[in-house]
Design a binder for this molecule. Structure first.
Ligand code: GLY
Length: 320
């Protein structure tokens, strides 16, 4: 390697805070798949299929991710999203969600109660206010003004789980269970526009008022339509400390593959956060050319990547 090339590699490595580039850095030519494409965290076939139908039918990526994750928000069996999500330690279901679109516009809500579709409220924040995030009672008031209706989101199952938890009141994240349904979704539509969404009821039995990574732009979701997008699932605190999704998009901008970028974001968590063996984080990325990739701390994280309408669920590679 010429000394000039060595210098450029070292300089870029220093800039990114990494000691060496993986081989994918120099070699990965963009795959020419492009859109339409939909990726989503975990095995939520119905949500992914809904989003796919929207982009396959010529709809926008933003409509696709909104309508896709709404499926999870309405599903009472989904224990970490919307209706049926497990409550905080006071028995209240509080919701976090955000959306981000191709050009960098974004909207978010956090600590929102009694509204079934926080993702749609987040979109309204993006489209109808000069702000990015509304929280708590203010977010709820805004939602009601926008025509959303109140709904009690605490199902009988979730109430029972909370009552059971209250017997010991011990907080302990359970890998792949505590957060396993937090849904993050990224899509490319037929015109090549990208959008992303992330929505959750957050960590079960959290302290009242806790907000996780899912509504935080740059943590639970980040997207730049010229480069790609990334979403996160798992322990939000770990993701927020590392600005995981922003980092992944910036690494892809530098030429890293989606999978290598997700792995590098995890390596920052492993390096800095001593407790990493006791919690799960999964990252999922979609590059603007349609190439997807994921990486998680522990095995057990899976995702759906759909380029054809028949996208299957696939296991992510894991650090541990
Ligand atoms: N990743 C979801 C949360 O921690 O709230």
């Amino acid at each position: 390697m010429s000394s000039r090339r060595k210098f450029v590699r070292r300089a870029l490595g220093g800039l990114l805070g990494v000691s060496a580039f993986p081989s994918v850095f120099a070699s990965a030519p963009p795959s020419p798949k492009g859109g339409p494409a939909v990726v989503s965290t975990w095995k939520n076939v119905a949500a992914n299929s809904k989003a796919w139908q929207v982009v396959a039918g010529g709809g926008s990526a933003l409509d696709a991710v909104e309508q896709g994750v709404m499926v999870a928000e309405s599903d009472p069996k989904d224990l970490s999203v919307g209706y049926g999500g497990r409550p905080d330690r006071d028995g209240r279901v509080t919701l976090d969600a955000c959306v981000m679109e191709h050009s960098g516009n974004c909207g978010a809500v956090c600590f929102l109660e009694d509204i079934e579709h926080p993702v749609s409220v987040a979109r309204k924040v993006m489209e109808h206010t000069p702000h990015v995030m509304l929280a708590g009672s203010g977010a709820q008031r805004f939602a009601l003004e926008q025509g959303f209706e109140k709904k009690d989101l605490l199902t009988e199952n979730a109430r029972k789980a909370w009552k059971e938890w209250k017997k010991k009141e011990k907080y302990q994240p359970i890998i792949n269970i505590e957060n396993h349904d937090t849904i993050g979704m990224l899509a490319i539509d037929q015109s090549g526009q990208m959008a992303g969404a992330c929505t959750t009821s957050g960590l079960a039995f959290k302290i009242n008022g806790r907000v996780g990574d899912s509504p935080i732009i740059g943590a639970g979701l980040y997207l730049d339509g010229e480069v790609g997008g990334a979403v996160a699932t798992g322990l939000g605190e770990a993701v927020m400390k590392s600005c995981g999704s922003f980092l992944i998009v910036e690494l892809m901008r530098q030429g890293w593959s989606p999978e290598a970028a997700c792995r590098e974001a995890l390596s920052r968590i492993v390096k800095k956060q001593k407790g990493y063996r006791s919690f799960q984080v999964g990252f999922l990325a979609l590059r603007a050319d349609g190439e997807g990739g994921a990486y998680s701390l522990h095995s057990g994280f899976s995702y759906m990547l759909n380029h054809t309408g028949e996208g299957g669920n696939q296991a992510s590679k894991s650090w541990l």
